[in-house]
Design a protein. Structure first.
Lengths: 543, 418, 414
């Protein structure tokens, strides 16, 4: 770490490199504030990278939570414009099955309309034509403006834009303490996980945007936030069975959303309260797999015969309202805490609750409060300013290679920064997802990539059918620019394969088990990685 | 519920079984000689996931696939890689076929036009200026020699010379002769009739026979292929209803009608498929069941090198033909390495493919020259053109070799026909 | 169709059995559903590389005495003779190897690990000990843009053993042409490009220009010799310094060659090879297997006096795990009991001994399969489909493949 980072003073420090933190850093930077974004692991490691990737229309909340519903549809329309390279406009269906009460449908449509969500009842036969994967026994269908969104891209785009406007980002820097002077938070003490060094950073305002881990951050200032980690498990299937989002038209329940994301589809979620100390390494149980499969098959029966690539789990930061000490009254809405008012601690804000869908609004609220504290009077422009990569573009790409098209899909207009067209850059590293050497180099140079898991989040390396079987080794070779780093690159490779296995192990049957055996044959048998990776630095891996 | 369905865990999307092991790429004859072709794994299962997302991911380079299916034969996981690639071409390709491709693909139409003028067409098609025009205007490679058109179609010969006597036999088969036998090489059809009659089977033509459509599929005309396929299936249903097996002497026609019809053209052939067989297979099975016997003349001696044509390899039927050849006492059989000859029907005729086609076949040609057999045996007619042109060694269908070696009189006696 | 013996599975184990039986004068058929795991070979064959404590084995012959009771080697007699036999069989197929069963030597992996092994295909660079390297100065040659030979890892691995290493990228015009393909600049295409265009001399010149006479050893990616070892041998001779091959990421050119040569040997012995076909049903008569049906031969039953099941493990589809149990898909023979609970197949740490690796078909002490608890008297199982050992951890895959095959042949011929 460069020494100038130590003791530097910022207007704002944002804690947490999830979508809320990244969005807040961007908003602050766009308003001319001098910002530092700190993240203890990688960008989008927590709940941001472990959800459906659903751009909610808000319909899911229309009946139970009008406020969330209106927020969702408003943000939905904004994100389609400012984050077009992260969004795929799929539309969604809310289907009624024979076991559901069809009369819910009219209430649902009415509530959607009240929230400003276009909800159109369509004939079940038409629904089957529009989305052939849907359960053919459906008795009702409503079309809503759901879509899919890539959380990794979205977060990275916010970080990039923050940086373009002067923000500084430190990943793998964990807040180990808040620096408090009298009644004010004046900065944070950071541990650099790469080299073990500790440094201080100072700011007039510190914004805690650390998701569920925000309660631990607040604890460092002896502030209690009543949060409840809720584990949500999901399954990723090997390819898309559906091209529209499929939901159940009933009150929200387990495993009732199936989202097409990139080349896969995702069913989720479960919902279970878990202890906070399990949140850093959550594993999906066989019972959860069973539940997800059984419920998923009701939405799209073909899931029953489709290969499952992985199981994974994220954790929602649920917040109990302050006036309810029992913790029973849980809000799913946005929670903005001004700790000066709430706890008498100045210069400290917590933004939590909410959902990925409303990150921009959360960021706007938090930044408004920060600006107020700083005496800055600048309007928020994040709703109208496109994110980097999302600028409109007319470039024709029918002649591009598979990998070039895939890369353009991932990076939008920023794909122009990637070398294409020469043999060295075009060589494919990851064949399933079409990731070239050029894209890997771009990610390493521009996108805060320190290890293979980072690279995966930026490029999809290793996220395809084979889960890294050949590409991980190739990528490690390409990333290793210096032989002196070969040993740590091999440790990285081993850590990455273990991270991939974490998601495969709960669904290790069928083709997936065969794939796992082939991967083990290659990495352990042929390459002998198990004898080389002498030190397994798993703390890099936040798996 | 999950326990019931994930039990077989076999997706209708067969590419899901792909383990990304890359074995298919080892056996692709195209990717080794042509860097512009993405290879079977990338063109097939890899890109298919993305094509399901957006048809923009379709790549024109898929037309370079020979449809040899060697990737499928090599795949340890049973992925129908070639089918995935061909199906993507059918589904996503928006380009209309060129005149040249339409001409090459319509083998029976062109054959019908050429046969009456065979004495003119054959020499003309060999003339250098004509070849230059074909090469330049039609993009049919000048190195290629069109197979000669026979002046008398097989069908004409059959109807005039032998049709009348076929009812004299007690057992009967139908014969799908294919375009090649009809227009270019009636002798193979005659050989077939000779053998079948000698073992007591009467041969009948189908009520209506159209080209199997393999070339139409390859040249981007699936609709016409489907129409022709339906005609063939209807005729075959009638033959089968009379208790006939439908036999062919071409591995490619057989493969197309048995497998490609259902996999690529959505033709329902389930009731017909099992009754379409290759003549060598049919004969082998009759012999094995003890229903017929063959006798061969003592003075037939040939060193025969067997070439496994791609589509018979895909059908898994090579041993029927080789075991039949091995029954001939005078045959010394050498197995050539199983590899593509590079012609792939009309593919090698196209100017843009000529060099690639010859590069693909080089390994085979070299081996044939090294083995230096009296003749090469193969069950595919287009392999015959390619190998003869590229090596100068005569190529025969196993049926022709059997017919040459057959002692008809003894055979008739053995089968109690005289 | 009738044969003396039918082998289901055309990989190392199946072809070892098939060649051996054909040599004994039998009429043998092999039914092979696609290509084998030889395509992931490192150019070496392991007999036993690690004991149950995870320690490297110096002498496989001695260590085999200590394997657990469930290990397939417990069903193999006269291991030493069979190991010799196996080496001989390979040699007769045109695969000459270095090594013996009394003392392991060491192979170099593509990322620079050193692993104990039994036989290495001639031309592969091997070392006599895991500790001291026999070379001081090594040139590590790679072809430009070939990503499946991670030279930085390999160089670091050798350097850690005290070797001076220099990496030398080379190319020739034909390979520059090939590398225009983003997806197909892979080992076997490099081999085909060099061999089928007669470019061995040109490649040798490029290597010599890069390395001169300055090295104790020139290490090359094993991307030559796809049809036979003629070209790969020739290249080594043309290089001015001593030279040898190191395995690459799959597909393995050396493995493809082994597969091709074994199949050729079998065919030359008069064997019949059913390519790309799959056994879907066994025709049983009491405790005897009469014949098998395949996916492609429709109504033809393939009959034989003896059968060998050598279809491999999960990745070869010799075993199939569904949601709740593991089964053997070709003939439905019995699989070990612990296969019945999915939760017990795989454990969390990727490096641990994964229980699924030890799942396989049940056999009696003569390697005969069982169906519903009854021994099938003429059906043997060999190779990776056998239960009771973890071939990745104990480094014994090829040994089990070949030795159990030879044992089954013995049992058949008895």
């Amino acid at each position: 770490m460069k020494t100038e980072d130590n003791n530097h003073h910022y207007d704002v420090i944002v804690i947490g490199g999830g979508i809320t933190g990244a969005g807040t850093a961007r908003d602050c930077a766009l308003r001319g504030l001098n910002v530092l974004l700190v993240e203890r692991h990688d960008i989008s490691t927590g709940a941001t990278g472990r959800n459906h990737g659903l751009l909610h229309s808000g319909a899911r909340y229309a009946v139970t939570d009008h406020e969330s519903a209106t927020e969702c549809i408003s943000e939905n329309m904004i994100l389609r414009k400012i984050a077009r390279h992260c969004v795929e406009e799929t539309d969604g269906l809310f289907i009624t099955l024979p076991e559901d009460d069809l009369s819910f449908q009219s209430l649902f449509v009415q509530k959607c309309n009240e929230a400003g969500i276009r909800a159109e009842i369509i004939d079940p036969e038409l629904a089957k034509v529009m989305e052939p994967a849907v359960n053919p026994e459906l008795t009702g269908a409503v079309r809503v403006p759901d879509a899919s969104i890539d959380p990794f891209r979205l977060t990275m785009a916010n970080v990039l834009d923050a940086q373009l406007h002067g923000a500084k980002t430190l990943v793998y820097h964990e807040v180990i303490d808040l620096i408090i002077e009298q009644d004010r938070v004046v900065g944070v003490k950071l541990l650099n996980h790469h080299n073990g060094e500790v440094l201080n950073a100072y700011a007039s305002v510190t914004i805690n945007a650390a998701g569920i881990w925000g309660m631990l951050v607040a604890q460092k200032a002896n502030i209690k936030i009543n949060m409840f980690p809720a584990k949500g498990s999901l399954l990723i299937f090997g390819h898309r069975v559906n091209n529209m989002v499929i939901n159940r038209c009933r009150k929200p329940a387990n495993a009732d959303i199936l989202v097409p994301d990139d080349a896969v589809c995702v069913i989720g979620t479960t919902s279970d309260r878990v202890p906070i100390d399990t949140c850093d390494d959550m594993r999906v149980t066989p019972e959860e797999v069973e539940l997800l499969l059984n419920e998923g098959m009701k939405l799209a029966p073909s899931l029953g015969t489709t290969r499952i690539l992985r199981a994974y789990a994220g954790v929602r930061p649920l917040v109990a309202s302050d006036d309810d000490p029992t913790g029973r009254s849980i809000s799913r809405g946005i929670v903005l805490l001004d700790h000066e008012k709430r706890d008498g601690l100045k210069g400290f804000i917590t933004i939590t609750g909410g959902k990925m869908m409303t990150y921009r609004l959360m960021a706007e609220n938090a930044t408004n409060l920060a600006c107020q504290k700083l005496g800055v009077n600048k309007a928020c422009t994040t709703a109208t300013t496109p994110l980097p990569g999302s600028e409109p573009k007319a470039k024709k790409h029918s002649t591009f290679s598979f990998a070039h098209k895939a890369s353009q899909g991932r990076h939008g207009t920023l794909d122009d920064s990637i070398e294409h067209g020469d043999a060295t850059s075009d060589a494919l590293v990851c064949e399933c997802e079409g990731v070239s050497v050029g894209e890997v180099r771009y990610a390493v140079e521009q996108l805060h990539v320190h290890n293979l898991v980072n690279l995966r989040r930026r490029t999809r390396v290793g996220m395809g059918t084979c889960q890294g079987e050949l590409c991980a080794c190739r990528a490690a070779g390409v990333m290793c620019d210096n032989e002196n780093r070969a040993q740590s690159a091999i440790n990285d490779l081993q850590g990455f394969m273990n991270e991939r296995w974490k998601g495969m192990q709960p669904v290790a049957w069928g083709d997936n088990l065969a794939e796992a055996q082939l991967t083990a044959t290659i990495y352990q048998g042929l390459l002998g990685i198990d004898t080389l990776a002498n030190e397994r630095r798993m703390e890099y891996y936040e798996i | 519920m999950a326990t019931e369905t994930q039990t077989k865990n076999v997706s209708i999307n067969n590419f899901e079984q792909c383990l990304k092991c890359s074995i298919c790429t080892v056996y692709c004859p195209v990717s080794a000689v042509s860097p512009a072709y993405p290879g079977p794994k990338q063109a097939g299962p890899d890109a298919e996931r993305y094509r399901l997302k957006n048809k923009e991911f379709f790549d024109e380079a898929l037309k370079m696939c020979l449809n040899c299916k060697r990737c499928e034969v090599a795949c340890p996981s049973g992925v129908n890689i070639g089918d995935i690639i061909q199906a993507a071409r059918i589904k996503y390709n928006s380009h209309r076929p060129k005149l040249r491709d339409m001409m090459l693909a319509n083998t029976d139409f062109v054959g019908t036009m050429a046969s009456p003028f065979a004495s003119i067409a054959n020499p003309v098609l060999k003339l250098k200026p004509v070849k230059a025009v074909l090469h330049g205007v039609m993009a049919i490679d000048k190195h290629r020699t069109f197979p000669d058109y026979s002046s008398r179609k097989f069908e004409s010969w059959f109807k005039k010379e032998v049709a009348a006597t076929q009812e004299n036999y007690s057992k009967h088969v139908s014969y799908f002769h294919g375009c090649y036998v009809n227009y270019n090489y009636p002798q193979l059809g005659k050989d077939f009739v000779k053998i079948m009659n000698a073992v007591g089977y009467g041969v009948h033509l189908l009520e209506k026979e159209k080209c199997c459509g393999v070339a139409l599929i390859a040249n981007g005309m699936p609709k016409q292929a489907r129409r022709q396929g339906e005609v063939n299936m209807a005729s075959m249903r009638k033959a089968i209803a009379q208790g006939h097996q439908v036999l062919t002497t071409s591995s490619t026609c057989t493969f197309t009608m048995r497998d490609e019809y259902a996999h690529l053209l959505d033709i329902d052939n389930h009731d017909v498929r099992d009754n379409i067989s290759l003549a060598t297979r049919f004969l082998f099975q009759l012999i094995e069941r003890g229903e017929i016997k063959l006798a061969f003349s003592d003075d037939f001696h040939k060193r025969v090198a067997y070439h496994s044509a791609c589509h018979i390899e895909r059908m898994g039927w090579v041993p029927y033909s080789t075991r039949m050849l091995s029954m001939i006492p005078g045959v010394e059989l050498v197995m050539l390495d199983s590899q593509c000859c590079g012609i792939s029907g009309t593919y090698g005729f196209k100017r843009e493919n000529y060099e690639r086609s010859q590069a693909i076949g080089k390994g085979l040609f070299d081996q044939i020259k090294e083995v230096a057999p009296d003749c090469v045996a193969t069950d595919c007619e287009t392999c015959k053109w390619q190998i003869e042109m590229s090596t100068g060694v005569t190529v025969e269908n196993p049926i022709s070799i059997i017919a040459q070696a057959l002692d008809v009189e003894k055979t008739r006696k053995l089968n109690a026909l005289d | 169709m009738k044969f003396d013996d039918i082998i289901i599975g055309g990989g190392l184990s199946g072809l070892t059995a098939a060649i051996s039986l054909a040599q004994a004068g039998h009429d043998v058929a092999v039914i092979s559903a696609g290509q084998s795991t030889l395509h992931f070979s490192g150019g070496s064959l392991d007999l036993l590389g690690c004991d149950s404590n995870g320690n490297a084995v110096e002498s496989p012959l001695e260590a085999i005495a200590t394997v657990s009771d469930s290990h397939p080697y417990k069903k193999v007699n006269e291991i030493e003779a069979k190991a010799l036999n196996a080496k001989q069989l390979l040699s007769e197929a045109g695969i000459t190897t270095t090594g013996n069963a009394s003392a392991n030597h060491w192979r170099i992996t593509p990322i620079g690990a050193i692993k104990p092994t039994w036989l290495s295909v001639d031309g592969m660079a091997t070392v006599p000990s895991s500790q001291a390297m026999p070379w001081k100065r090594v040139a590590l040659v790679n072809i430009i843009n070939y990503l499946d030979f991670p030279t930085k890892f390999l160089a670091a691995g050798l350097r850690a053993k005290g070797v001076e290493v220099e990496v030398k990228p080379i190319t020739v015009p034909a390979l520059e042409q090939l590398r225009k393909s983003p997806s197909e600049m892979r080992s076997t295409n490099i081999a085909k490009t060099i061999e089928r265009n007669g470019l061995v001399e040109e490649v040798a010149t490029a290597i010599n220009n890069a390395t001169g006479n300055n090295y104790d050893m020139v290490l090359l990616p094993a991307v030559l010799g796809i049809d036979s070892s003629a070209t790969s041998d020739k290249l080594l001779k043309l290089i001015s310094c001593p030279a040898g091959y190191v395995a690459t990421l799959p597909p393995s050119v050396t493995g493809v060659r082994m597969q091709t040569l074994l199949r050729k040997r079998f065919t030359a012995l008069g064997g019949t090879f059913f390519t790309g076909d799959q056994v879907v049903e066994g025709i049983f008569d009491g405790n005897t297997l009469k014949g098998v049906r395949t996916a492609k031969l429709d109504d033809t039953t393939l009959e034989a006096s003896h059968f060998i099941l050598a279809t491999g493990s999960f990745m070869s589809r010799g075993l199939v795990a569904d949601y709740n149990h593991v089964y053997e898909p070709a003939l439905g023979v019995d699989v070990e009991d612990h296969s019945l609970n999915r939760k017990s197949w795989a454990v969390v740490d990727i490096n641990s001994n994964q229980p699924y690796m030890e799942i396989g078909v049940k056999t009696d002490d003569q390697l005969r399969c069982m169906k519903n608890g009854e021994i099938i008297t003429n059906l043997y199982a060999t190779g990776a489909i056998l239960s009771g050992h973890n071939s990745i951890k104990s480094l014994d895959a090829a040994g089990v493949d070949m030795l159990t095959a030879l044992q089954a042949v013995n049992n058949i011929l008895k």
